[in-house]
Design a protein around this ligand. Structure first.
Ligand code: SF4
Ligand code: SF4
Length: 79
């Protein structure tokens, strides 16, 4: 089974990786609420939702993995 399409839809930051294809179907935006460090911002919530790692905030991540658990679509991975 090819994973090529999955790979193509992943936005890669330094150590956060977000499958933005999964964000398109998201209605709850769990990531924004879950991260107490303000790492995520979801844009285009009413049309084509997409989760971003906020510029210059990635270093504030504690790697607590609350976000990876909170995102029920399993769109987030952290190295
Ligand atoms: S990362 Fe998860 S919770 Fe955040 S917008 Fe994407 S699918 Fe939704
Ligand atoms: S691991 Fe913790 S601090 Fe890092 S982005 Fe996720 S919720 Fe935020």
């Amino acid at each position: 089974m090819s994973k090529a399409n999955d790979q193509d839809s992943i936005d890669r930051y330094r150590f956060h990786h977000i499958d933005i294809h999964k964000c398109l179907k998201c209605k709850n935006f769990w990531c924004e609420d879950a991260c107490f460090r303000g790492i995520y911002k979801v844009i285009n919530k009413d049309t084509t939702p997409k989760c971003l790692v906020v510029e210059d905030r990635e270093d504030f991540c504690l790697k607590c993995h609350i976000c990876t658990t909170a995102c029920k679509s399993r769109a987030i991975t952290i190295d």
